[in-house]
Design a protein around this ligand. Sequence first.
Ligand SMILES: Nc1nc2c(ncn2[C@@H]2O[C@H](COP(=O)(O)OP(=O)(O)OP(=O)(O)O)[C@@H](O)[C@H]2O)c(=O)[nH]1
Ligand SMILES: [Mg+2]
Length: 458
Amino acid sequence: MKKDTISALATPVGGAICVIRLSGPDAISIADTIFSRDIATAKANTLHYGEIMDDDRCVVDDVIIAVYRAPHSYTGEDSIEISCHGSAYIVQQILILLEAHGARPAEPGEYTRRAYLNGKMDLSQAEAVADLIASTNKAQHDLAISQLKGHFSKELDNLREQLLKLTSLLELELDFSDHEELEFADRRELDTLAHEIDNHILNLADSFKTGNAVKNGIPVAIVGKTNVGKSTLLNALLHEDRAIVSDVHGTTRDIIEDTTTINGLLFRFIDTAGLRKTDDTIERIGIDRALSTINRAMVVLWVIDGMPTPEELNDIQNRCKDKHLIIVVNKTDIDKDASQATCSFIASSTPTTTIIKISAKKGNGIQQLEDAIYNSLSLAETTSADVVVSSARHYTILMKAHDHLSAVIDKLSAGISADLLAEDLKLVIDDLASITGQDRIESQETLNFIFKNFCIGK
Ligand SMILES: Nc1nc2c(ncn2[C@@H]2O[C@H](COP(=O)(O)OP(=O)(O)OP(=O)(O)O)[C@@H](O)[C@H]2O)c(=O)[nH]1
Ligand SMILES: [Mg+2]
């Protein structure tokens, strides 16, 4: 672990005030040398008003210095926060002074990395700090706060406890293995417990779909035949001219996507190439992409501008079996009666499907469509319920733990001896421990990967 003292600006320049952070064994003494007042012996958690002086004893700025002493600081080390005026020049001068007196410029995420290494938080909580800073809506914020507060970590603790129980049951079996009559004792209890743990792990992994959607935007595919107004609808939903609109069939050939919030939830709208029979190779690729977009979407908007055939209706419903399908009847401004007839026909053949009438061009019905999109998601899919996995790293590890545990379950039923099982079980425990970095022995690569996404000063 590095034991030097680091410094960095923790806020953007340009506001009224900027905060410069210092952390490490010499944080207080370095600050003391450039400050007009004596803070070398200052008590922990105290504020001091004074001046930052350069080496010629000229005043650089009037500041407030906050003093924190280990272990009661963000990083767990002695730390200083200098609140100065928000001028880029002042900030630069102070950082130069700090460096001249021995504080190395911090790397991205180095404060939080130190907080983790000093046991102030576990890895999943450290990752939540980055998510919290990046959050732009309530759902993302709730998710990050929940993780930061350790709800996910607690869930992993429970799992670990159950795994340890399983291990001790196996050890018990080992202890008794000298007794022939007990050798392959009834393993039903072991098996039940292993399955319970596995289900728990899979449930957590399952929640990644939601967690990922909340973080990166709930994917909504806009599909339909050429020229029905998909791109016009995309632009209306995004409130900007994002995609090219024209009356030429096959205008959109690739995927165009962008995000916007509806009622505080982030949605990712994906416009696709219109579906039609074509000999054009490029257009064909676009159509294939459109069809696979349906697979990764949670909500599908099927846009039509006229009466669909029963086959077409059937086809889209088959493709959207595990999705929320909304049928969007567009261009209602052209012929109201025809649009109404289309809606009635669809309603009579598929009474449970949501149908919304709009005019993407005129903006009619867009609000109703937004409400329908928002409401189509059940609470469970969008809620930031206590434990939702939102990190791809966590998801991958959970799936690895599941694989290792499946091996345990297989061996259990094959009657393989307890000592061999214990090894596999240890792998599962290690997998889960690497989510929180419990033993703080994670590889540098893992730590670099996690902290590289942080800003400097965090
Ligand atoms: N009258 C009317 N015209 C519309 C409406 N929505 C779209 N259009 C027109 O329909 C034509 C096709 O619109 P696009 O948004 O490009 O259709 P698309 O489905 O993206 O078409 P492709 O990309 O070719 O698959 C354009 O001329 C639009 O102006 C609408 O609500 N009313
Ligand atoms: Mg288009």
